[in-house]
Design a protein around this ligand. Sequence first.
Ligand SMILES: NC(=O)C1=CN([C@@H]2O[C@H](COP(=O)(O)OP(=O)(O)OC[C@H]3O[C@@H](n4cnc5c(N)ncnc54)[C@H](OP(=O)(O)O)[C@@H]3O)[C@@H](O)[C@H]2O)[C@@H](O)CC1
Ligand SMILES: Nc1ncnc2c1ncn2[C@@H]1O[C@H](COP(=O)(O)OP(=O)(O)O)[C@@H](O)[C@H]1O
Length: 499
Amino acid sequence: MQNLLVSSQIKDVDTYTIQHEPIVSIELMERAALAFVNAFINRFGDEEATIWVCCGQGNNGGDGLAIARLLRKNGYTKVKVFLANYAQKTSPDYLRNLERLKQEKSEIPILEDLQALKLRQNDIVIDAILGSGLNKPLSGKYEKLAVLINTSKSKVVAVDVPTGFKSEGELDAIYNGVKADFVISFQVPKINFFFPESIKAIREFEVVSIGLDEPYIESLPSQWKLVTEQFINKTIKPRARFSHKGTYGHALIVAGDTETMGAALLSVNACLQAGVGLVSACIPQSGLTALNVSLPEAMYFNRENLSNTDLQKYQAIAIGSGLGIGETQEQLLEQLLSKNKPLLIDADALNILSENKELLKEIPAQSVLTPHMKEFDRLFGHHDNWWNRVEMAKKKAIELELIIVLKNQYTFICLPTGDICVNPTGNPAMAQGGMGDVLTGIITSFLAQGYNSSQAVILGVYLHGKAGDILAENREIVTASALAKSLPKVLKNINSEKS
Ligand SMILES: NC(=O)C1=CN([C@@H]2O[C@H](COP(=O)(O)OP(=O)(O)OC[C@H]3O[C@@H](n4cnc5c(N)ncnc54)[C@H](OP(=O)(O)O)[C@@H]3O)[C@@H](O)[C@H]2O)[C@@H](O)CC1
Ligand SMILES: Nc1ncnc2c1ncn2[C@@H]1O[C@H](COP(=O)(O)OP(=O)(O)O)[C@@H](O)[C@H]1O
């Protein structure tokens, strides 16, 4: 896991690195500019393009000046600098870079008049006006400049963060900052990059290291964590010698209704593909033939027997995928809750909880809820923005001692400890019905295999997205069935890389 930091903490890391490396601040700025330029060249290799580097007067502007100089040095002959000198204050490193640019007679035109900023279709704007130092909404000349950049047809590449974009905290409904096609951000992704509202400001982003002190970053208190591949590799266990089906647990999945039997089958199949030892499908009798034909490995569990069966033999129990809503389903949920065993609660079972909120406190500790945005709001109230929604998920996870998996492009996993783990895998090719049912099956599988709740959820969400990413490399759409089918190979690749 990697700590995600708020802007004030990033400043703190900056200061720490300068003192302890040691390195002078202007050299750190040079390092940031160089990291930006390398990533930029990698992506936008056209040395003939006209590049307008728009610079404010803080350190973001200082980066811009150094970037302009380094691009010129790398063969980009049509670099121009535009100074947005609208502020009273200037940063010392900005001034040093400005002096250097002037002294070196670098042949880079330095413009200050807005009229001179004639942006054309194939030009590139490097946005170094305001970075993570943003401390109030954009207005006046800054806003006018943002409008000019946004209405041009030029490609926009932002340094660290787009001008006017808040790195953390609630994002306003209306965004008036620079809209970047690409952001090259320093050292850590900013928390707000992961919220859907960021689409108004950022099309794509990349994070480049600038050599800030990593152990110090990890030592800082932050409840925001990014799930990393290293964490997954460390956590996942390969299949052991002499192991047998009993080693990998028995899962019970309570799911399906006449019209949504497919959801149950998807979930049960994913549970098998993710490696469970045994799985029993507690589905309506009308689904029995479909189950036997499509998933002969699975067993059937008659719903009539749920109330009088000892469920101790199941290492994991999930309820909800395609379950439907009604008195029978409500009774099933209540019967399971009364067993006082952690559950994974998804889809319609969440909707039943929304209609019967008194049941929330009956959910056993360490249970997992996997709502998408609408299911979450039905449960815990309407939210105008994602920042508040995630804050509420964190609060409820602590209060109810649950793991709340708030699903989206970047899924937020809120743990009872208060930690919010952001999952980086997954992509829009996966935006199709049934994908959540597959996720439920995968997490249930890992729970049955003996991972603790947090591990099972983090592994499940990450690998679900990873499988989707691998498939999306050569297809536009990834179906839920295709994703489930690919899981054994994804798991094999991870375990082979480890050994
Ligand atoms: N460790 C790292 O990651 C490194 C980061 N580096 C770089 O530093 C950047 C951060 O630099 P920074 O702190 O100087 O802030 P920056 O964004 O340039 O502007 C601050 C000034 O803008 C002003 N201001 C704010 N909001 C405003 C508004 N809405 N409208 C108008 N004015 C507004 C505010 O003025 P004030 O209101 O306080 O008078 C303040 O003085 C970071 O993004 C990265 O590019 C690298 O160089 C090296 C290592
Ligand atoms: N654009 C996307 N990028 C990444 N993951 C996505 C995207 N769209 C959907 N998903 C994933 O697909 C799943 C959808 O869940 P859900 O809405 O419950 O699906 P369903 O109820 O149809 O099974 C979630 O895990 C979500 O993270």
